[in-house]
Design a protein around this ligand. Structure first.
Ligand code: ATP
Ligand SMILES: Nc1ccn([C@@H]2O[C@H](COP(=O)(O)O)[C@@H](O)[C@H]2O)c(=O)n1
Length: 237
């Protein structure tokens, strides 16, 4: 190795893998995107992939409560995630799915589809392949990243926040009548968390070695700074 190449290898930041898990509305997406952008890393939204497969099931007339039918179809759609944190994308069979996956219909159906083991096996393989192909390092957010997808991740974070704070944050994103119904928003969040935590296959859970950050009283900027510090410490270790 020449001196220049050797110096570059010594000073280049290590390709750190970061897993950020937690219940709905705790700030995973906002935090993960910002941390990845600040540190020049890739970003993967695994929730978008579960939403994408759910949207495909609904669009193809598959009963999402029929686990056998969902399992049979789990390998059919082609799902492609773009991992630029400033413009993440999700495509299903070559078409942009970023709008349709955020509808209430998909949100209400996604927990049933994501509980099917064949769906999880397929998406877990895809997620591991994406992480393995990111030499810049990657921030991967979801529900089972630290426990199942990337159990050897360098940094594991588990975000929490009170249901009241999470519902208020979500209501801030909605308009008109939907925003006014804070109680319904909170009930829907709690219901989805219960389904995600209660499923048999890789439920929503904190990995034993994850750092738990309660974001209830923190601003988004404070959460981002906290995670950036943890990643930088790991990079320089
Ligand atoms: N610490 C915070 N303080 C105030 N608002 C926040 C904070 N973190 C996130 N938010 C806001 O809360 C909303 C939900 O955040 P975000 O989408 O990042 O959560 P999430 O955990 O990824 O949710 P989901 O799992 O449902 O996709 C967004 O509008 C975001 O701007
Ligand atoms: N690793 C993951 C990520 C997500 N899910 C399921 O997808 C739903 C949508 O996730 P969002 O982050 O977009 O809200 C979530 O409620 C889970 O059902 C999952 O199972 N595993």
């Amino acid at each position: 190795m020449s001196d220049t190449v050797e110096t570059a290898a010594r000073t280049a930041p290590a390709a750190v893998i970061v897993g950020i898990d937690g219940p709905s509305g705790t700030g995973k997406s906002s935090t993960s995107k910002a941390v990845a952008a600040k540190l020049g890393m890739r970003y993967l939204d695994t929730g978008a992939q579960y939403r994408a497969i759910t949207w495909w099931m609904l669009s193809n007339g598959i009963d999402v409560d029929d686990a056998a039918a969902v399992a049979d179809a789990a390998g059919k759609p082609e799902i492609v995630s773009g991992t630029d944190p400033s413009a993440p994308t999700i495509a299903v069979d070559g078409a942009d799915a970023s709008g349709p996956i955020r509808t209430q219909q998909v949100t209400a159906a996604v927990s049933a589809v994501s509980a099917v083991p064949e769906v999880r096996t397929r998406l877990t393989e895809l997620q591991r392949a994406i992480a393995a192909g990111a030499p810049e390092g990657i921030v991967v957010e979801g529900r089972d990243v630290g426990t199942t997808v990337l159990p050897d991740a360098d940094v594991k974070i588990y975000l929490t926040a009170s249901p009241e704070a999470r519902a208020a944050r979500r209501s801030g994103e909605l308009k008109g009548k939907e925003a006014a119904d804070l109680a319904a928003t909170q009930a829907a969040l709690v219901k989805r968390d219960a389904a995600d935590s209660g499923r048999k296959t890789s439920p929503l859970a904190k990995a034993a070695d994850a750092v738990e950050v309660d974001t209830t009283e923190l601003t988004l900027e404070q959460v981002i700074e906290c995670v950036v510090t943890l990643v930088e410490e790991k990079r320089s270790a």
